[in-house]
Design a protein around this ligand. Structure first.
Ligand SMILES: [Fe+2]
Ligand SMILES: [Fe+2]
Length: 275
């Protein structure tokens, strides 16, 4: 869902960069809120302190991204109201699902996997983005390198916790689930997914079915349709936009999939909400 500039994009694009920075800032803010929430809920002083430290890091990152964005805005005289800060990531990235924080729905062990997978994916996006900025904004580049060091630590800590508490096999299967959810618009192929988590294709398929009662593919479709429904309910996106967000470049395919799951078209569903 990020608007990451492609690595082959040679020219520095200030406006697009600002949109990306805004998304990063929103993601960091969301993560900070989520960590504070987790710190409050968890019943263990050491873990709780860890969550608070993590929250403070994320808040710091939010400020850094916002500052870089504001510098570019004033330097290039960009005037876009969409660039004001809205923590839309709380919804978009699934930190809040319906009116619940994800943490409420997850056990601590699963939450650690969720955080670890998220941090690793954020790292990859950050690396691509900072390379794009490197020449034009060397200072910003250095600041982002420092953020990356924090994120690496977060990912490592969360994944270590998750591994120690889940048993390696179920940890890997749950990691696979979080990877496809995090990249739901462009999920990896099954074979790439299996390689990424370090299991054979056969074990991935079997284990996923065992833990989630469904194939990877149907699980993802279900998840996407649920997300589509939430996005439609928010009233912030039209049918086309929702389709794009969950990875359908052709809206007729999205409409067909939605209808198959819920028995009505997205448009009818949306209209039924206001009547
Ligand atoms: Fe961060
Ligand atoms: Fe982080």
């Amino acid at each position: 869902m990020f608007l990451i500039p492609k690595s082959n994009l040679k020219k520095f694009d200030p406006e697009r960069s600002c949109f990306v920075l805004n998304e990063f800032a929103a993601a960091e803010f969301s993560s900070a809120v989520e960590m504070l929430f987790a710190a409050k809920v968890v019943n263990n002083k050491k873990l709780s302190d860890g969550f608070i430290r993590h929250a403070l890091d994320e808040y710091k990152h939010c400020i850094i991204f916002t500052n870089i964005k504001n510098q570019i805005i004033s330097e290039y005289k960009i005037n876009k109201k969409e660039l004001s800060f809205v923590p839309n990531h709380l919804y978009n990235k699934g930190y809040i699902y319906k009116d619940h924080f994800i943490f409420e729905k997850k056990k601590l062990n699963d939450f650690a996997i969720f955080v670890g997978a998220n941090e690793e994916i954020a790292e990859k996006k950050l690396i691509a983005f900072s390379n794009h900025l490197k020449e034009q904004k060397p200072l910003a580049f250095t600041e982002i390198q420092n953020i990356l060091k924090d994120e690496e630590r977060h990912a490592e800590y969360s994944l270590r916790f998750a591994k120690n508490n889940n048993g390696l096999f179920s940890y890997k299967i749950k990691l696979a689930k979080d990877i496809i959810i995090n990249r739901l618009a462009e999920p990896p192929s099954l074979i790439d997914l299996a390689n990424e988590i370090g299991l054979s294709l056969k074990k991935l398929k079997e284990g996923f079915k065992q833990i989630y009662g469904d194939s990877v593919y149907s699980f993802l479709i279900d998840y996407k349709m649920e997300l589509a429904r939430t996005l439609l309910e928010s009233g912030d996106y039209n049918v086309n936009e929702v389709g794009l967000k969950i990875g359908y470049s052709t809206s007729s395919h999205f409409i067909a999939a939605f209808k198959k799951k819920y028995g009505v078209t997205p448009k009818k569903y949306f209209m039924s909400l206001s009547s």
